[in-house]
Design a protein around this ligand. Structure first.
Ligand code: PLP
Length: 391
């Protein structure tokens, strides 16, 4: 087994982690093991628990190959696969927060995570306080004696605020709390949560890990402070992912480095083009010098992925509808991280309680896929011609 992945480049890790051809007759990829029951040779072995695989829900060579690769990529002590990215956010929270506890969540968080906290979380008896994602070390003022965890997501969904994760982690650990981060946007290729003080690093692997919009899966990777709790929660709650989806994620992982490099380059090209337009009020991309936390992004991140937003100049809603409805290469759809470009209009006003969103124009979120940026720009150019005609 290759154990020193932390000394290797990340693309080498992506190509080799979790790969054991010697276990599979030399085949480079692990086969898809479908199975619930695993049999034991005799009663004594069954009673001892001394067998590598014992029950499908606990362990399976297909899912193990993926967790091994995720551990290497994240620098984690251990990780757990979840049936979706949202289920991974929920598993990370429920592994460490319970009735009577207090959880801090950024106002810019992925809306379904917020919905979980406000509904099931409330019913389960923990209290959530939403905070300004720009709070940094000032988060200490929001701590209560029962604050168990700080949830972070950087950059924020739709609005791309970069959080000061090391500052937040320092406060949290000093106050006896754990830090969870939704790192779906950057992936460990562009931001290493566990090295920056995070205890539970979450990815919607649905996005860049799977990379082809053909499966849903989530990962939670734990550092030493949180692994025992995460592992126990997985066992208690029966958190499980089927071998077919795990295999699709492992397949996607092998090419994630080169895909992300292309997403990054193309998204920056489109963002820079948008920034020059007179009908665009603001482009919100952490890699642009104009981004309010650009310096923080430069300090902590190694790159930017393909997802960003822009705000149009003030216009009737029909104008942005006309822009988006006629796009040829940008699908109108949820999720992102696949090979294809996507666009959607969102109104952040509906998702905030701790901060204000007071842009006059419409927010459009783009995912820049693997198409040639020249074609994407031409498509958007035609869209802006439609944007102007209603007014
Ligand atoms: C998509 C997304 C999720 C949820 O992933 P699913 O697989 O769709 O459940 C969680 N967090 C962020 C930031 C996302 O973009």
């Amino acid at each position: 087994m290759k154990t020193d992945f932390d000394k290797l480049g990340l693309n080498t890790v992506l190509a080799h982690a979790g790969s054991h051809p010697e276990d599979h007759h030399g085949f480079v990829n692990p086969p898809i093991y479908r199975g619930s029951t695993v049999v034991f040779p005799d009663v004594a072995t069954m009673k001892s628990g001394n067998q590598r695989y014992q029950y499908g829900r606990w362990n399976n060579p297909s899912t193990e190959a993926l967790t091994e690769a995720i551990n290497a990529l994240e620098g984690a002590q251990g990780s757990v696969l979840c049936p979706s990215g949202l289920a991974a956010c929920v598993a990370a929270i429920l592994a460490v927060v319970g009735a009577g506890d207090h959880l801090l969540v950024p106002d810019s968080v992925y809306a379904p995570t917020r919905h979980f906290c406000d509904t099931a979380g409330k019913r389960l008896g923990f209290e959530t306080t939403y905070y300004d994602p720009g709070v940094g070390a000032g988060i200490e003022a929001l701590f209560r004696p029962n604050t168990k965890a700080v949830f972070t997501e950087s950059p924020g969904s739709h609005t791309f605020e970069i959080q000061d994760i090391p500052a937040i982690s320092e406060v949290a650990h000093r106050r006896g709390a754990l830090v969870i981060m939704d790192n779906t946007w950057a992936t460990p290729l562009f931001f290493k949560p566990l090295a920056m003080g995070v205890d539970l690093s979450v990815m919607a692997a649905t996005k860049y890990v799977v990379g082809h919009s053909d499966a849903l899966i989530g990962t939670v990777a734990a550092g030493p402070r949180a692994w025992d709790q995460l592992k126990a929660y997985q066992f208690q709650a029966g958190v499980y992912v089927g071998p077919d989806d795990a295999n699709l994620a492992l397949r996607g992982l092998r090419t994630m480095g080169m895909r992300l490099a292309r997403h990054q380059e193309s998204a920056l090209a489109v963002a820079r083009w948008l920034e020059m337009r007179t009908d665009v009020a603001r482009v919100i991309h952490p890699g642009l010098e104009s981004h309010p936390q650009h310096e923080l992004w430069r300090r902590d991140f190694q790159g930017a992925s393909g997802l960003f937003s822009f705000v149009t100049k003030e216009a009737p809603f029909e104008a942005v509808e006309a822009l988006l409805d006629g796009l040829e290469f940008f699908g109108l759809g949820y999720s992102w991280g696949g090979f294809e470009s996507l666009a959607m209009n969102v109104d952040p006003r509906k998702m905030r309680t701790a901060t204000k969103w007071d842009e006059a124009g419409h927010l459009v979120r783009l995912h820049i896929g693997l198409e040639d940026p020249v074609d994407l720009i031409a498509d958007l150019e035609k869209g802006f011609a439609r944007f102007c005609y209603v007014a």
